[in-house]
Design a protein around this ligand. Structure first.
Ligand code: FES
Length: 136
């Protein structure tokens, strides 16, 4: 029997994490105050899900997080219409209701004490594309 891999500590350790520069969406596609569930498909021929992430918009600012609850490692919701969030303030897992801060993904209450969502560094380019920031 093999042991499961350790929980990822950074977004780029998540299976199928895309490379810096990858386009995750566009600014016009995310309404102000919206938390949007998105997924990049897995590589061709790879079974299972791809890279799941969340885009959160506050005005011209966009935050991105891996869509992975720090409690059990599952997406915060199975479908967009089930995603629980308070615009510009927080979002919650709909399994056991861990609550995360909008601004930085840290745990704000519930089953995520001391941990949080994995932030993905993003930039919005002049064409309004939300891209993974280049490596420092
Ligand atoms: S799986 Fe998200 S709070 Fe338990």
């Amino acid at each position: 029997m093999s042991t499961p891999p350790p929980d990822p500590q950074h977004w780029h350790q998540v299976p199928h994490a895309p490379a810096p520069g990858t386009v995750l969406g566009t600014l016009p596609a995310v309404a102000d105050g919206q938390a949007l569930m998105q997924e990049l498909p897995p590589p061709t021929g790879t079974p299972g899900h791809g890279f799941r992430y969340l885009l959160l918009r506050s005005g011209a600012e966009v935050k991105a997080y891996v869509n992975r609850c720090a409690h059990f490692g599952v997406p915060l919701a199975a479908r967009q219409d089930q995603l629980i969030f308070q615009a510009h303030t927080s979002l919650s897992c709909n399994v056991h209701y861990a609550r995360y801060r909008w601004s930085d993904g840290t745990c704000a209450g519930g089953e995520c004490e001391g941990v949080g969502l994995l932030p993905i560094p993003v930039v919005v380019d002049v064409q309004g594309r939300i891209c993974i920031a280049p490596s420092p």
